[in-house]
Design a protein around this ligand. Structure first.
Ligand code: ADP
Ligand code: MG
Length: 687
């Protein structure tokens, strides 16, 4: 089954003799020792020197070398947070923000939310005037620029995980370069796990053309400095499958069981793609392990993905008990953003969920797609953290060599640009194609985005933000289509309902997963099902939850996720405050579902679909791109198949499925967006 790879394992001298340093509760001295063992520690002085003398410092270092957790602390120790200034460190992922912030608070022996805090959308755990080190998503930092365009409260901004090239990271890099010209005292650190440092330093180099005005004090060197942190990974032996595997999930499951049976102790990290396949794998491994008749084989199987409740996330980080073997089944979040100690075996499916946008059909999808060679190498590296390890690649060596692309494509080149364009416009960047991008987005995608924003009434004929609509929408921290739906609800008198819907759509799911059968869950959902569709069903769940006195028992009985509902309440409160601030009249329509659906249509008209007349299998076509789509089985409208529907998002598996769907009257489309739907075309379809 397995064939060792030809690639020679890298030989690294093993000076520490493979000492395991799990975090243990034995106090400060121990934590200090752990900190000093990290590879970045040797570079502490150099890093501080470069940051002092250069406007931009690029730091490349292997995952786990201590970039994220240590550098902000070094900066603080060196005084960069004195005088009320704040050190910011961005992450592309929310889960990573929370996890590194709590680790750093622990290392510093402070309460999370005081000296060390974090901010993610809808969750601000900082204390103004007290917080010195702040972790935040790159998206939140972008949003902060709307109120404070020069980000004046920060002395140093560390853009972490830059190799991921998330869309917000790329936008931030462009904007920060502009800010630096106005604020030479601001320091930037770009940190990355892989050597794309050259293109990054090229990107920041151009700022050296800035001429120093006469008599200006000598500031920092505007050229960027690059520092490479030598990692201290151990050998990892790579194994490939001999034949392509038909089903990576099954293959991953049997590989884990095989490792557990044959290999010495050490934790296993498995890379799958998302909640669905991860939950399935957790279940399969647990079952098969039990079927083998050994009551306590010592296997602890844990999932890791972004929607996971906090308590389950923490399990992943707790040291493995003696005599046990931990198996963590993760999305690519464990590839570089967070480090799990104790991993000795990696199983790499070769896939991850990636966003893809097609500007022709205007459809954006999260699809399971092959990873790049760079990602595969990162995943492999995770096995060599504590001692020599092994990596099992569920693809052939030939496939790795010949088919896998060298690098991934930056997210900005495969995303719908609507949210990005509105943010830049709100920051006063009008010439978006001429913006200084680290990687340029496609002009087709840009034109599409401008077109959608124009039809939403966000941009005027000169592609400037409209007042007040455009500015109001930019102010709401949601996708512009949802923001538009909220704005319209103010006029239609159903803003209370729409805020509930917007809050519900902001979280992954309000239903429990993982216990009870699918049939029981479906039946529970039926209790709340509304003939008008999923959004209206959400209102029923919310109402039931309130009537129960926000009871967790009620949730349990109805297969509703209590934690998720608490989150909905919290987000709802925040959205209500935003709505009030920007002048949306708060009003309930008392169950008039027509106005509710009209308001949704005002935001989501671009996602309208019509049932194919001849269709017996529920085939719909999108009005814009004539794409074939189907209602997702989780929708209350599955099998109901109303003639006209709007969807909130698409997921693609074997087909394109619409998730969160409502039925509409086609005349609402022309009302909502006359420019978008030329009357004639729609009329001919209605009749
Ligand atoms: P990098 O950013 O370079 O990938 P980090 O700063 O995230 O590295 O991690 C440095 C080290 O800190 C890890 O190797 C690990 O030993 C430790 N560490 C990080 N997060 C945690 C955590 N949540 N629990 C225990 N140890 C952690
Ligand atoms: Mg990191």
């Amino acid at each position: 089954f397995w064939k060792p790879g030809a690639e020679k394992p890298r030989l690294v001298d093993d000076e520490e003799g493979g000492v395991l340093f799990f975090s243990s509760p034995s106090g400060y001295a121990n934590i200090e020792r752990q900190r000093q063992r990290l590879p970045v520690y040797k570079y502490r002085t150099s890093i501080l020197y470069l940051v002092e003398t250069h406007a931009t410092t690029i730091i490349v270092g292997e995952t786990g070398s201590g970039k994220t957790t240590q550098i902000p602390q070094y900066l603080k120790e060196a005084g960069w947070a004195d005088g009320g200034r704040v050190i910011a460190c961005t992450q592309p992922r929310r889960l990573a923000v929370q996890s590194v912030a709590s680790r750093v608070a622990e290392e510093m022996g402070v309460k999370l939310g005081e000296e060390v805090g974090y901010t993610i959308r809808f969750e601000d755990v900082t204390n103004t005037g007290v917080t010195m080190i702040k972790f935040l998503t790159d998206g939140v930092l972008l949003r902060e620029m709307m109120n404070d365009p020069l980000l004046t409260k920060y002395s140093v901004i560390m853009i972490d995980e830059a190799h991921e090239r998330s869309i917000s990271t790329d936008i931030l890099l462009g904007l920060l370069k502009k800010i630096q010209r106005r604020r030479p005292e601001l320091r930037l650190i770009i940190s990355s796990a892989t050597i794309q440092a050259k293109s990054m330093s090229d990107f920041f180099q151009t700022s050296k053309t800035r001429r120093r005005p006469e008599g200006e004090e000598l500031g920092p060197n505007m050229e960027s400095a690059v520092l490479s942190v030598e990692g201290r990974g151990f050998n990892v032996q790579i194994h490939y499958v001999e034949e392509p595997v038909p089903d990576y999930l099954r293959a991953a499951v049997s590989t884990v069981l095989l490792i557990h049976e044959k290999e010495p102790m050490g934790d296993i990290l498995v890379f799958l793609t998302g909640q669905d396949d991860i939950d399935a794998a957790v279940q399969l491994i647990t079952e098969e392990d039990q079927n083998r008749g050994r009551k306590s084989s010592g296997l602890m199987v844990l999932p890791l993905y972004s929607g996971l409740p906090r308590s389950e996330q923490e399990l992943v980080f707790t040291p493995t008990p003696r005599g046990k073997r931990k198996v963590v089944i993760s999305t690519n979040i464990a590839e570089t953003s967070i480090t799990l100690e104790g991993v000795v075996y990696v199983v790499d499916s070769g896939f991850s969920k990636q966003r893809f946008y097609n500007p022709i059909t205007d459809i954006e999808n999260l699809v399971v797609a092959p990873i790049s060679k760079a990602s595969a190498r990162q995943r492999t590296g995770r096995a060599g953290r504590v001692r020599p390890g092994k990596c099992y690649r569920l693809y052939t060596e030939e496939y790795f060599a010949k088919e896998m692309s060298a690098e991934g494509i930056p997210e900005i080149q495969r995303s719908n640009l609507v949210p990005c364009v509105i943010q830049l416009k709100a920051l006063g960047i009008d010439n978006i194609l001429g913006f200084d991008w680290p990687a340029s987005p496609s002009s087709e995608a840009m034109v599409r985005a401008l077109e959608v924003l124009y039809s939403l009434g966000v941009l005027d004929d000169d592609a400037k933000l409209t007042s007040p609509t455009g500015f109001q929408i930019a102010e709401i921290p949601l996708d512009p289509m949802i923001s538009k739906m909220m704005l319209a609800s103010g006029q239609l008198g159903c803003s209370e309902e729409m805020i509930t819907i917007a809050a519900t759509l902001s979280i992954q799911s309000i239903w429990v997963s993982g216990w009870g059968s699918q049939k029981e869950l479906d039946e529970a959902k039926l209790n709340f099902a509304a003939a008008e569709g999923d959004h209206v069903s959400f209102l029923n769940v919310y109402k039931g939850f309130l009537q129960s006195g926000k009871s967790s028992q009620w949730c349990h009985k109805n297969f509703v996720n209590y934690q998720a509902m608490k989150k909905v309440l919290e987000i709802r409160e925040q959205l209500r405050r935003t709505a009030q601030r920007i002048g949306i009249v708060l009003k309930s329509c008392e169950r008039d579902t027509v106005v509710v659906r009209k308001a949704i249509t005002n935001g989501f008209f671009a996602n309208a679909c019509r049932l194919e007349a001849s269709s017996h299998d529920g085939k719909y076509k999108t009005i814009r791109g004539s794409q074939e789509v189907y209602i997702h089985p989780s929708s209350v409208l599955f099998r109901v198949n109303p003639k006209w529907v709007l969807y909130h998002s698409l997921v693609s598996t074997d087909k394109q499925y619409m998730r969160n769907v409502i039925s509409i009257d086609p005349s609402w489309l022309t009302e909502a967006a006359p420019h978008f739907y030329q009357h004639q075309r729609l009329k001919s379809m209605v009749h």
